[in-house]
Design a protein around this ligand. Structure first.
Ligand code: HEC
Ligand code: HEC
Length: 506
C-alpha cells in the first residue's frame, strides 16, 4: 500500500464509542476534536495529544531535537482507548478477526502499554527483563489464550535499541554492495549468454555466492546467511525486518493495537475500535528518529585494577579463539548520516519517493551522547561485534538455540519468488543473526529467549558454525575465560549519559 503523506494532513476528528469492549454495554458516544496543539482537553485524554505532520517535517519546519522529543514521547506513551489502543477486529498483522475479547493478552497481544514498557534497561530505549519477552508470531493468530507453548509462538527477549541508527545504516551499505554484485552478475550473464557466479561479500562479510542466468533468473542455492533479495535485515533476531520504521509500524499494531496511517491507510478503521488515523506518518518518522538517534554503546573499562587488566587482555583472547569471525569488532561506514526513510522499505511503510528529500542527521555530531565515532574523510566507525548474518549454532550435541518451531517469514524476503530457479522456503528456525555484543555488559539476560543468566552459559551453547571457537574458549585456562567475560562486560550502554545539547553540533 502506498500512502501519500497527505494521509496525515488533516487534523482528525475522533468519535469513539466510550468503553467499546472495555465496558461492554455502557456505550456513549463522545466526540473529540483533537490533535490541535493548542486544544486543551480537561479530564480523560489520549496519551498522545499532538500528532506530527510529515508535511511539516518535509518542509524543514521540524528540528532534529523536536523529532527526538516527540518520538520519545510516543515511545513512552501508555496508549489508551482514546488514542485508539486495542484492535478488537484485527490481529497483530492487521488481518481481520471476529471482534471479541480479550482486550489485552500477554501472548498474542495487545500485550503492553508502551514501547518503553519493555525497552527500559538500563533506561528507555534499552533492552528488557525476561518478563518483557514477546511471543513472536502469536500476534498473527486469533487470540492465543492459554498457551505459551512453542507450537504457537517464538518467545524472544527484548533487545536494546541503543546504536540502532548506525546498525540500520551499516545494513543499508552492506545491501548496496550485495546488490551491486548481483547487478554485475546479471548484466554479465546477459552479455555472455551463460550463467555467471560471483562471490557475495559486503564489508568483508561473506554471504556465499550468487549465480545469475542469461534469462534474468537467479540460482540462490549458494547464498548464505541472508535472504535471497540480498537485503540485509538487521532487526529481529531472525534478521526479518529492514528498518526501525518497518519495525515500529508492526510493533504499534502488535503490542498496542495502534494502527498507523502509512500501514493501514487514512480515514479507515480496520480494527473497529472507533478511532481512525491513530498515528500519523510524522509520528512514525519521529519515533524512528528517536530510536535512530539514541546513544551508542561503548567500552567502559572497570575501575578496579585487576578487572581492568583482565578486560584489556580479554579482548585479545576473544579475537585469538575466533569469536571475532562472527562478532566482528569494527566496520567503517561510508557515510556519517542517518537518513529517513530507508530506500529498501517494503510496502506499507513510508517510501523514499513519498518525500521530497529524506530527513538526515549526522550521527557523529547530532543525537544523544555518546555518539558514533567519526572516521577519516566523512566516514564513521561502528563497533557492533556482529556480522549481521544468520548462523546456525546447533549441531548433534548442542541444540539449545534450536528451540523454535515456527518459521518467521520466507527466505526470498521482499523479492518475487518467480525470480529464482528454486522454490523459496521458510527462513530456517535454527538460524539467528549474530548477536550484537557492543552492549553485552548491559543486556542480561542472554540468548534469543533471554533464558540464560550468564555470558558463559550463552557461550557454552555455541555449537554448529561456532563449535570450534566455543571449544577453544572452554579449553582456555580459567583465567583466560574470565578475561573474555570481563572484556564482554566492559561493553556497555552508558547508564546516565549527558542529555544536554542532544540535537546540537559537536
Ligand atoms: C512486550 C515487549 C515489547 C514491546 C511493548 C515492544 N518491544 Fe520492541 N522488542 C521486543 C522484543 C522481545 C524484541 C526482540 C524481537 C525478536 O528478536 O524477534 C524487540 C525488538 C525490537 C526492535 C528490533 C531490535 C533489533 O536489534 O533487532 C525494534 C526496532 C523495536 N523492538 C522497537 C519497538 C518499538 C518502536 C516499540 C513500540 C512501538 C516496541 N519495540 C515495543 C519487545 C517489545
Ligand atoms: C559462527 C558465528 C559465531 C561465532 C564464531 C561466535 N558467535 Fe557468539 N553468537 C552468535 C550468534 C548467532 C548468537 C545468537 C545466539 C542466539 O541467541 O540465538 C551469538 C550470541 C552470543 C552471545 C549472547 C549475547 C546475548 O546478549 O544474548 C555471547 C555472549 C556470545 N555470542 C559470545 C561469543 C564468544 C565469546 C565467542 C567465541 C568463543 C562467540 N560468541 C563466537 C554467533 C557466533
Amino acid at each position: 500500500m502506498k500512502v501519500h503523506p497527505s494521509g496525515d494532513r488533516k487534523r482528525r476528528a475522533v468519535a469513539i464509542v466510550w468503553g467499546a469492549g472495555a465496558v461492554a454495554g455502557a456505550a456513549v458516544m463522545i466526540g473529540f476534536s483533537m490533535a490541535q496543539p493548542d486544544a486543551v482537553i480537561i479530564g480523560e485524554r489520549p496519551a498522545v495529544e499532538y500528532h506530527l505532520s510529515q508535511y511539516d517535517i518535509d518542509a524543514g519546519r521540524v528540528s532534529l531535537r523536536e523529532l527526538m522529543e516527540h518520538g520519545e514521547m510516543v515511545f513512552r506513551a501508555r496508549f489508551n482507548v482514546l488514542d485508539g489502543q486495542g484492535r478488537p477486529a484485527s490481529t497483530g498483522t492487521g488481518d481481520p478477526r471476529e471482534p471479541d475479547e480479550p482486550l489485552m493478552i500477554r501472548t498474542s497481544g495487545p500485550d503492553a502499554n508502551s514501547c518503553a514498557g519493555c525497552h527500559n534497561q538500563p533506561r528507555v530505549g534499552g533492552s528488557g527483563d525476561f518478563v518483557a519477552n514477546v511471543f513472536v508470531l502469536a500476534q498473527a493468530l486469533d487470540p492465543v489464550t492459554d498457551s505459551v507453548s512453542p507450537e504457537f509462538s517464538n518467545e524472544r527477549n527484548t533487545l536494546s535499541l541503543m546504536g540502532a541508527g548506525p546498525i540500520e545504516m551499516l545494513a543499508r551499505e552492506m545491501t548496496a554492495q550485495l546488490h551491486a554484485t548481483r547487478d554485475l552478475a546479471m548484466s554479465e550473464a546477459a552479455r555472455l549468454g551463460q550463467p555467471v557466479t560471483l562471490p557475495l561479500v559486503a564489508k568483508g562479510v561473506s554471504f556465499g555466492s550468487i549465480t545469475c542466468l542469461p534469462d534474468g533468473r537467479i540460482d540462490p542455492s549458494e547464498i548464505e546467511g541472508v535472504d535471497w533479495d540480498l537485503i540485509v535485515k538487521p532487526f529481529h533476531q531472525k534478521g526479518a525486518v529492514v528498518s526501525l520504521r518497518e519495525f515500529t509500524n508492526g510493533a504499534m499494531n502488535h503490542h498496542f493495537g495502534m494502527q498507523t496511517v502509512e500501514r493501514f491507510g487514512a480515514g479507515v478503521d480496520p480494527d473497529q475500535d472507533g478511532v481512525i488515523n491513530e498515528l500519523t506518518i510524522g509520528d512514525i518518522t519521529s519515533t524512528t528518529i528517536f530510536q535512530a538517534s539514541l546513544d551508542i554503546p561503548i567500552q567502559i573499562l572497570p575501575k578496579d585494577g585487576a578487572r581492568r587488566a583482565a578486560a584489556i587482555r580479554g579482548e585479545g583472547v576473544f579475537d585469538s579463539i575466533g569469536c571475532t569471525e562472527c562478532h566482528i569488532p569494527e566496520f567503517a561506514l561510508g557515510s556519517r548520516y542517518f537518513t529517513e526513510p530507508n530506500p529498501y522499505n517494503p510496502e506499507g511503510n513510508l517510501q523514499i519517493d513519498d518525500v521530497p528529500q529524506p530527513f538526515a542527521f549526522d550521527m557523529t555530531r547530532e543525537g544523544r551522547f555518546p555518539r558514533l565515532e567519526p572516521g577519516p574523510n566523512g566516514t564513521a566507525i561502528i563497533r557492533p561485534f556482529t556480522d549481521l548474518k544468520r548462523h546456525n549454532l546447533n549441531d548433534d550435541e548442542l541444540r539449545f538455540f534450536a528451540n523454535e518451531q515456527i518459521p518467521q517469514g520466507m527466505i526470498n524476503g521482499f523479492a518475487d519468488p518467480s525470480l529464482f530457479t528454486i522454490e523459496p522456503y521458510p527462513r530456517p528456525t535454527e538460524e539467528f543473526l549474530t548477536r550484537k555484543l557492543w552492549d553485552a555488559g548491559s543486556s542480561a539476560p542472554y540468548g534469543h529467549r533471554g533464558d540464560l543468566t550468564t555470558l558463559t552459559e550463552a557461550i557454552y551453547w555455541h555449537g554448529g558454525d561456532a563449535r570450534a571457537s566455543r571449544d577453544a574458549f572452554f579449553n582456555l585456562s580459567s583465567d583466560d575465560q574470565a578475561a573474555v567475560i570481563e572484556f564482554l562486560k566492559s561493553l556497555q550502554v552508558v547508564e546516565n549519559p549527558p542529555v544536554r545539547r542532544v540535537g546540537g553540533g559537536g
